[in-house]
Design a protein around this ligand. Structure first.
Ligand SMILES: [Fe+2]
Length: 390
């Protein structure tokens, strides 16, 4: 048994455009048993005005109208986007193909020849109203779908915002953890947080200039802060000694790279792996006289060669219990003299070429609230760690 679609029996509105009143009466009589509301127009102007007053489900259009003809109505009616899906059925006595073709090309959906056959009119109207009903359902479904998509998009956006916020919090927490861990070791050595920030930023600057990626540079920025974490295992009596260290005491100090590497070893984190490598190699020297392994030249991992330069440079410019800050020109000279001896000569050249950026970092992380350019020529710490950094 065929299912009856009750949609077409709902109250619908037909815009009936016909200049002759008897013809309009015929149409209404033929369709009188259907739940229809008629908006009647005798010319194009009236028809356009009526079409703008409310929803129309079907247009029955006579072509031979006074003044502007039905084609004019079609053109202007279809120009409005809201009318694109409303079916238009042309009623005309002009039966030649060219008239039919023109009407269809200008946006008509169907064609009825006058004088109108009652059955044909009724079946065409029912058919077009059914199409209109399906179109409206489709539009409603699309609107519902669009609403759901917007709802889901808003929900996903909110979740992403929350995740981003949580990620930001985690990143802050992890950076703070790294800094506090580094400070735990440096605290024993009376070294400030500003030194850790400066030397890690000098390191990141040099790495960037050496072509490191953004991602690796950011990792280095954090990892470099833990370079001296092994000092946590060095007795205070040695670490804080103001006088020249004895050979056995200096041997103890020289254990801090291995202690640091041991603290950081075995992690799956790329950050901690990098930190381990830095801790172990930041006191190696280009000429092979460094510690703990006495590596030489490019056998020293690049990151160790980078951090060695950054660490020494900042130590030269920083006030320590045993020395005043060196003047900038003197520090640059010492770094230059260390090229090929203490430091990788190519890296030193790149490093010192970034004079402005180095000073910017120096000024951004002041000790005790202010960093003025270092003044005067003062004596560096004597003995084996001549550059003023252990
Ligand atoms: Fe060190």
């Amino acid at each position: 048994m065929r299912r009856i679609d009750k949609g077409i029996f709902m109250q619908r509105t037909i815009l009936l455009i016909e200049d002759e009143s008897p013809n309009r009466a015929i149409v209404k009589r033929v369709l009188h048993h259907m739940p229809l509301t008629f908006l009647e127009a005798e010319n194009v102007q009236q028809a356009l005005e009526l079409s703008g007053t409310g929803p129309v489900d079907l247009v029955l259009l006579d072509i031979g109208l006074p003044m502007a003809d039905g084609y004019t109505f079609l053109e202007r009616f279809r120009a409005d986007a809201v009318n694109q899906a409303i079916p238009v059925c042309v009623m005309t006595g002009r039966t030649e193909d060219r008239h039919r073709r023109k009407a269809i090309e200008m946006g008509a959906d169907d064609f009825i020849v006058k004088p109108v056959d009652n059955v044909e009119l009724e079946t065409r109207v029912k058919s077009l109203l059914r199409i209109r009903e399906y179109q409206k359902r489709l539009l409603d479904a699309n609107a519902t779908l669009e609403g759901r998509v917007q709802e889901r998009t808003a929900y996903l956006r909110a979740v992403l915002d929350e995740l981003e916020h949580a990620w930001g919090e985690n990143t802050l927490a992890y950076r703070e953890m790294v800094m506090r861990l580094a400070l735990a070791a440096e605290y024993k050595d009376k070294v400030t947080a500003a030194h850790i920030e400066r030397m890690s930023h000098y390191s990141a600057l040099l790495a960037r200039r050496c072509g490191w990626s953004d991602e690796e540079t950011v990792l280095l920025l954090e990892a470099a802060k833990m370079h001296d974490i092994g000092k946590i295992g060095i007795p205070d009596a040695i670490l804080h000694k103001q006088e020249r260290l004895t050979a056995p005491e200096y041997a103890v100090i020289k254990q801090h790279p291995q202690i640091g590497a041991a603290i950081l070893a075995g992690s799956k984190s790329r950050l901690l792996q990098l930190a381990e490598q830095i801790a172990l190699t930041h006191h190696e020297r280009w000429d092979g006289t460094g510690y703990p392994q006495g590596l030489k030249g490019k056998d020293i991992p690049e990151v160790g060669r980078i951090v060695a330069i950054a660490d020494v440079f900042d130590a030269l410019l920083t006030r320590r219990p045993y020395k005043e800050p060196w003047p900038l020109t003197k520090a640059f000279d010492v770094m230059r003299e260390g090229a090929g001896v203490h430091f990788d000569p190519e890296l030193v050249e790149i490093f010192l070429a970034n004079h402005g950026a180095l000073l910017e970092i120096y000024g951004r992380f002041p000790d005790n609230g202010e960093n003025n350019p270092p003044q005067g020529y003062l004596t560096p710490r004597p003995a084996a760690n001549a550059a003023g950094t252990a």
